[in-house]
Each structure stands twice: as structure tokens, then as C-alpha cells.
Design a protein around this ligand. Structure first.
Ligand code: FAD
Length: 394
């Protein structure tokens, strides 16, 4: 038996014995926040997987990983999906700032931050966007001034997802306002539990508040928590964005992503609402769209697999923009299709006459619209693909 077959067998046996029932199927997934209590099985699963190094399977052992090879990693994910196990840990710690630190952090930063991130000790928020700096991120104006051993931060970030429950935030700040705009930026780690950091939830029309404004008023960050060098934040920050986009695209091999892709459930859901005649969808337009959607999903999954096999880092560079964009458009098309199939059942927002599944489908359809805004808009990804992947002129 080959080494990889042995690894698959051992993994299968270990997962069968150690993945508790409450960590399978849909349910709570930890992202490290100290403010969110974990259910019993969810905590147990996190502890067992962290102990084995499988919350961050490809990371070095000294930082909490298991040093799995690419092939072993793929087997682990297959086996997690086979038993419908949820990932034991997700979020910006293991997926964004962790791999950025591994690539670009100093050895002191890696030692101080990575083991805790691998065990889910602390949830992370992302402080990039500002009221005047979204797609044009390099126009950001949050200031950081060096005073002794600390930077003092002043400014306002917006759309900071999950900030109310986060313990730490990585922030793009301006450390030199006299340099050209891309050259005076740094990426710094900030403890959110201090009087100089204030979080204000932004209430959406739906009543939910997934976003926040995060204000820095003389907030302190350790000078040795600037990642990748002072005034080098544009390069470091862009690499972190590639980890974010790769996570959205399912090709960041830092964390252990279990569970089932939402797209694979879509045809089952659609079947509940359509009429079949002799096993075929009666509505020919919907039939063609569904076939096209299925083929695109298949192509997307093959591309993800190929990219994972071919890359020599934990996430690709500019190619992450292309796969993130095609994945987002595919997910949006799936929700469009479902709503088309549902007809009037798909226009409910609440109240009598609609099942929970139906109102949830409508909300999900709207929620998916954010996929082509978060992590850089559709147009920004197209600009990157044109310039950096295809080499077209500016
Ligand atoms: C679900 C979600 C979660 C988010 N979480 C975070 C977070 O945790 N932390 C954080 O920092 N930010 C977060 N954001 C913010 C996100 O990064 C920004 O919304 C995004 O970068 C776009 O910026 P903007 O909203 O200012 O839009 P703008 O940049 O003002 O864009 C407006 C429109 O103009 C277009 N446009 C702008 N420039 C160009 C150009 N050069 N060429 C062509 N078209 C252009 C855009 O594509 C868009 O259609 C989140 C956003 C969403 C939707």
C-alpha cells in the first residue's frame, strides 16, 4: 500500500473516532472570538483538531500545524467532506493574517502570533476600507505615528465585518504621508481590547448588523507588530488580499475546510419547486440554465483542484482574482436559478404564506450579491486580471 493510501486509512479511522456528532452537518463554526461561547462538541472538535495540527494542516509544526504535503492535505479535506464534518476553525486568523505572517512576518512575530491563531485563541477583524478608500484602497488616511515603542493610531475604518466580537484587528495605516500614496502605508496588528478602539455597528435594512465602523482614537499598536517592514504595507496588504480572495475561491490551503459546498445542494433544492415530465424539467429555459450551471460548477471544482495541485505557496497570486470572480458569479447564478424555479414562493421576506426555507432562500439570494463586492469588487478583479494576468496595458 502506498504512503498516501496509508495516510487516507489512518485519517479515516482517526476522524471516525474523533469527530463528534455535533461537529457534522450544518451548525456553529468557530472563528476564534473569545466573546462567542462554543457548543460542547464544537469546542471538543476544535481542541482535538488543534492538538493534531489539523486546524492549519500545512503549517509548520512549531506554529501549530502538521506539515501535511499538498496530497495529504487534499486527502484530509476529502475525508472531512466524506463524513460531512465542519471545519474546526475558520476566519481571518487562520485564513488571512496567519498565512501572511508565515510568508512575510519576522520570526519573533511568527512565534508570538501563530500558535495562538492555530488554536483559535482570538478572533480577527480586517481594517482596510475607509469612507474615502474602498476600491481605491491606497487613498486610505488612518494615521499611525511612532512614539517610543508604539504606534499611535487615529482614523476611521468602515465595513469591518465581525468587529464587535473580534479580539484583534490587522489595520492598513499611513505611516508616511509625505511619500507617494502606495509607498507610505504599513500593515499593523492591533489589540481591540483597549480604550482607543471603538466599534459602532452599522445597521442594515434587513435589521442585521454584520458590519461596523471601527474608530481609532490614540489607539496603541506595538512597533514590532508592523508586518513585513514599515512603509511596505501596500505589498504586504495586497498579499493578504490574495489570501482573502483565495479563501473565497476555495483555494487557500491554510485552514481545513470541511463540510459541503452550498452549490452542491442547489439542484436538490431546485427539484422541490419544478415540474418534471418523464424525468426531465418541463421548463426548457430553466433546464438549459441548470445544465449550464452544473457544468460551470464542475469546471470550477476542477480548476480549484488543478490550482491547488500546481501552486507552490498556500495560495496563488493574481490568479486568485479570476477564481474568486468565477466562483462568485457561479454562486450568484445558483441563487438566481433557485429563485426563478421558486416563482412566487421566492419573493417572501417574512410573515405568513412562506416557509422558513423560502424566506431564507430569498435572503440568501440577496446576501450573495455581496460576493462581488467583498474582497474587492467585480470590476476591481477584472482590472487585476486584465493587467496582471493577461498583461493588458493600463
Ligand atoms: C460582505 C462584505 C464584507 C466586507 N468586509 C470588510 C472587512 O471586514 N474589512 C474591510 O476593510 N472592508 C470590508 N468590506 C468592504 C469592501 O472591501 C469594499 O466594499 C469594496 O472594496 C468596495 O469599496 P466601496 O464599497 O468603497 O465601493 P467603491 O470603491 O466606491 O466602488 C463603487 C463602484 O465603483 C466601481 N469602481 C470603483 N473603482 C473602479 C475602477 N477603478 N474601475 C472600475 N470600476 C470601479 C466598483 O466596482 C463599484 O461598482 C466588505 C464588503 C462586503 C460587501
Amino acid at each position: 500500500m502506498s504512503q498516501l493510501e496509508d495516510f487516507r486509512d489512518e485519517t479515516r479511522v482517526w476522524l471516525a473516532e474523533n469527530c463528534p456528532p455535533g461537529a457534522r452537518g450544518s451548525g456553529q463554526i468557530p472563528w476564534g472570538s473569545s466573546k462567542i461561547e462554543l457548543e460542547g462538541d464544537v469546542r471538543l472538535w476544535l481542541e482535538r483538531m488543534a492538538e493534531r495540527g489539523w486546524t492549519v494542516p500545512t503549517w509548520p509544526k512549531e506554529f501549530g500545524g502538521a506539515e501535511l504535503s499538498r496530497d495529504e492535505y487534499t486527502i484530509l479535506i476529502d475525508e472531512l467532506k466524506r463524513i460531512n464534518a465542519r471545519t474546526p476553525l475558520t476566519g481571518r486568523g487562520v485564513n488571512y493574517i496567519g498565512p501572511t505572517l508565515l510568508e512575510l512576518g519576522s520570526s519573533d512575530q511568527k512565534t508570538r502570533w501563530l500558535p495562538g491563531i492555530s488554536r483559535g485563541e482570538g478572533g480577527w477583524a480586517m481594517g482596510y476600507s475607509e469612507p474615502g478608500a474602498g476600491s481605491d484602497l491606497a487613498s486610505l488616511s488612518t494615521r499611525a505615528v511612532l512614539e517610543g515603542d508604539n504606534y499611535v493610531l487615529n482614523g476611521r475604518k468602515t465595513w469591518t465585518s465581525d468587529a464587535v466580537d473580534a479580539d484583534y484587528i490587522f489595520v492598513l495605516v499611513r505611516t508616511d504621508p509625505d511619500k507617494p500614496k502606495h509607498e507610505g502605508i504599513s500593515l499593523v496588528l492591533v489589540d481591540m481590547n483597549q480604550p482607543g478602539v471603538q466599534v459602532r455597528p452599522i445597521r442594515l435594512i434587513s435589521g442585521a448588523s454584520p458590519f461596523n465602523e471601527t474608530l481609532f482614537e490614540n489607539a496603541l499598536a506595538r512597533a514590532d507588530d508592523v508586518i513585513g517592514g514599515v512603509n511596505n504595507g501596500w505589498t504586504v496588504g495586497k498579499r493578504l488580499l490574495q489570501f482573502e480572495r483565495s479563501t473565497h475561491a476555495g483555494i487557500n490551503i491554510s485552514g481545513s475546510q470541511g463540510g459541503r459546498a452550498a452549490s452542491s445542494r442547489m439542484p436538490e433544492m431546485i427539484k422541490r419547486y419544478v415540474t418534471l415530465s418523464a424525468g426531465r424539467l418541463s421548463d426548457s429555459d430553466l433546464r438549459v440554465r441548470l445544465i449550464r450551471y452544473e457544468l460551470q460548477g464542475y469546471a470550477q471544482r476542477l480548476t480549484q483542484k488543478r490550482v491547488i495541485e500546481e501552486m507552490d505557496a498556500r495560495a496563488p497570486g493574481y490568479a486568485s482574482s479570476a477564481i474568486k470572480l468565477s466562483g462568485a458569479l457561479h454562486a450568484q447564478e445558483g441563487h438566481e436559478l433557485l429563485l426563478s424555479a421558486m416563482g412566487t414562493a421566492g419573493v417572501g421576506w417574512g410573515g405568513p404564506g412562506f416557509t422558513n426555507d423560502e424566506t431564507e432562500a430569498t435572503r440568501n439570494w440577496l446576501r450573495q450579491k455581496a460576493l462581488t463586492i467583498a474582497g474587492g469588487t467585480k470590476d476591481v478583479q477584472k482590472n487585476i486580471i486584465a493587467k496582471r494576468v493577461l498583461g493588458l496595458p493600463d
